[in-house]
Ligand binder design. Sequence first.
Ligand SMILES: [Zn+2]
Length: 313
Amino acid sequence: MPLVTTTEMFKKAYDGGYAIGAFNVNNMEIVQGITEAARELHSPVILQASAGARKYAQAAYLKHLVEAAVEATNDEIPIALHLDHGADFDICKDCIDNGFTSVMIDGSSRPYEENIEVSKQVADYAHEHGVVVEAELGTLAGIEDDVNVAAETAQYTDPDQVVDFVNRTGVDSLAIAIGTSHGAYKFKPGTQPHIRLDILADIVEKLPGFPIVLHGSSSVPQEHVKTINEYGGALQGAIGIPEDQLREAAKSAVCKINIDSDLRLAMTAGVREHLTKYPSHFDPRQYLSDGRNNVKVLVRDKIINVLGSENKA
Ligand SMILES: [Zn+2]
């Protein structure tokens, strides 16, 4: 099958009480690590590119890397190509016109009415072209590429706004802010990060059957932080969202869980360990293989223990 939209994936995920992993891709090894894991576990998967990824790798490379993944997995699993955090109509349109099957318009930092206006504009254009749209209501704290929100300005999604927002924009899924946060330094050391499952429950009650998306859902695996620090890195106080809370969210209306920082940590841990253990190596294939393998192991773990999407392809 060619690239698919998330419509069918989300419907099955909602009914089946699991979520689809949306993994950020930036280079070939990351695309390969993710899709090899998804293929082995027969899991549907979303590969997503941020504006930062497009800047780094160029849009054409990303698109063809993802198309290569579709070809290499022999059409055994559904794969969607999604734009992460589209800042305005133009970047969304560019992706819609160039083969993406799903885009996110992130108007969450704009006033409510402006967020509705731009989200509707993107949804109208996308639907004319067979592409689906994710929008965001509420503001997540943290840093992710071009998105940088201080903890003080972050705001939980207001359950009283969700029906109006979805009806007036026509979007296909909704990213909400319920305590997750972007980046590896989401929370101060010593704090107990937790997802507001009570707000999620309120939203689900108002929007029954509607797919919900969680951003900022990396768990910051401590074994990778430890490896990075053991082999010359300096990551202080990086902590994330406990995986059991994400699993709970995945059992309800959350159909898409975004994972980016954990991939970066896994890749970096593999490369750092390799280069320190084998100081004479200078062939990128040697150390990138270890990074890629770490990505694959991490994605396997997410699919089995967090998302529950194993054997759902
Ligand atoms: Zn995000």
